[in-house]
Design a protein around this ligand. Structure first.
Ligand SMILES: [Zn+2]
Length: 356
């Protein structure tokens, strides 16, 4: 049986504009077009396109804008000023808008649009638009609070203050230190606008500070469990517990290095390391065990988030293969209601509660 799938994290516009992928085409076509290219590690290994999402009934997703500002001394890739980073996100927004103009996607900003869209997807077809909730991964591109207001009026509904490395508002994965004055101001503004705070990528110090200071709705769009892969990019059990207390939903991700320990980028292979959807099930199950129910674990695949088949579960050729999850969950003893919760119900319930 196929279920509607809500995916809590996809970098669609990044793929369209930075990877130069025409997501209106099939995954096979996109791979074909990348033959001979070696500028990115995941060339010819992409798994996501809009037709593949329709095939897998991924009718709704949280889709990102993403652009890092790198200060002098930061060796990560990114823009040299927040102005360029802001402009990049506006280009990404323009791509989403273009997808809307041609009927490929539709932006979901409020409860009415959400309900309408869910109704539409009760009868899935290859002509239905993919719904997307606009999110910002890493807040460096927000030049001033006024820019966050502008972003909100353009449909931005979720924001993660941090990404990889040191940020303007929060320290992300691999960076140390808490959130400073600017981070506190940003949290206030996010709360004031009623936006969802994405806890993913906050380092431990920033995570706890943020949970203390922020009183609005929180989710973790793409996060696995530290118990399986000991690195602070993953949530430890006390963090998972704290998120559950805040009624959060946690999207489990499919980036191999977050699924199995000791993954070496560019060296390890999914077959060699035994990377499979089974680890996703383990992560989902772990969150359910801590919660004592199935209301907090969900999918935040991050597929094509700067990695492809070379760094993902072996059974996932395209995003449509997420439809293998219901049977895997069933064979692990999850009941139909639990499976519904995990595939789409938890994100939907979270959005209904936050937006009504
Ligand atoms: Zn990420």
């Amino acid at each position: 049986m196929t279920h509607l799938i809500v995916d809590g994290h996809l970098d669609l516009s990044m793929n369209a504009l930075e990877w130069n992928r025409d997501l209106t085409r099939s995954v096979e076509d996109i791979r074909e077009q990348e033959k001979g290219m070696s500028d990115k590690p995941d060339r010819m290994n992409g798994t996501v396109s809009l037709p593949a999402m329709r095939k897998g009934k991924v009718g709704l997703c949280v889709a990102t804008q993403i652009a890092r500002y790198v200060k002098p001394g930061n060796t990560l890739s990114g823009w040299k000023s927040p102005y360029q980073a802001w402009a990049m996100t506006q280009g990404q927004l323009a791509w989403y808008r273009t997808m809307e103009e041609i009927g490929e996607m539709v932006q979901i900003r409020n409860i009415e649009q959400l309900e309408h869209h869910l109704k539409l997807w009760e009868t899935p077809s290859e002509h239905l638009p993919i719904g997307y909730i606009l999110s910002l991964e890493g807040a460096d591109s927000i030049i001033t609070p006024a820019h966050l207001e502008r972003a909100y009026s353009n449909g931005l509904r979720a924001i993660g203050p941090a990404h990889y490395g040191p940020g303007t508002y929060a320290q992300g994965t691999e960076a140390t230190g808490g959130i400073g004055v600017k981070g506190r101001e940003l949290l206030k503004e996010i709360e004031h606008l009623g936006m969802i705070l994405d806890a993913t990528h906050l380092n431990d110090e920033g995570f706890w500070e943020t949970l203390d200071l922020f009183h609005g709705a929180v989710w973790a769009s793409h996060n696995n469990c530290r118990v399986f892969v000991p690195h602070h990019r993953q949530l430890d059990d006390t963090q998972i517990h704290a998120l559950i207390q805040r009624h959060a939903v946690i999207g489990v991700a499919l980036d191999a290095w977050m699924m199995v320990p000791d993954w070496i980028r560019g060296v390890s292979t999914p077959a060699g390391m035994g990377v499979s959807l089974e680890q996703m099930i383990l992560n989902i199950d772990h969150i359910c065990q801590i919660a004592g129910n199935s209301k907090h674990a969900a999918i935040g695949s991050d597929l094509d988030g700067a990695f492809g088949k070379e760094q993902g579960p072996q059974e996932v050729d395209t995003i449509a293969d997420l439809q293998k999850l219901p049977d895997l969950l069933k064979s692990r003893g999850f009941k139909d209601q639990d499976i519904e919760n995990i595939m789409f119900g938890n994100w939907v319930r979270f959005l209904r509660k936050t937006w009504s």
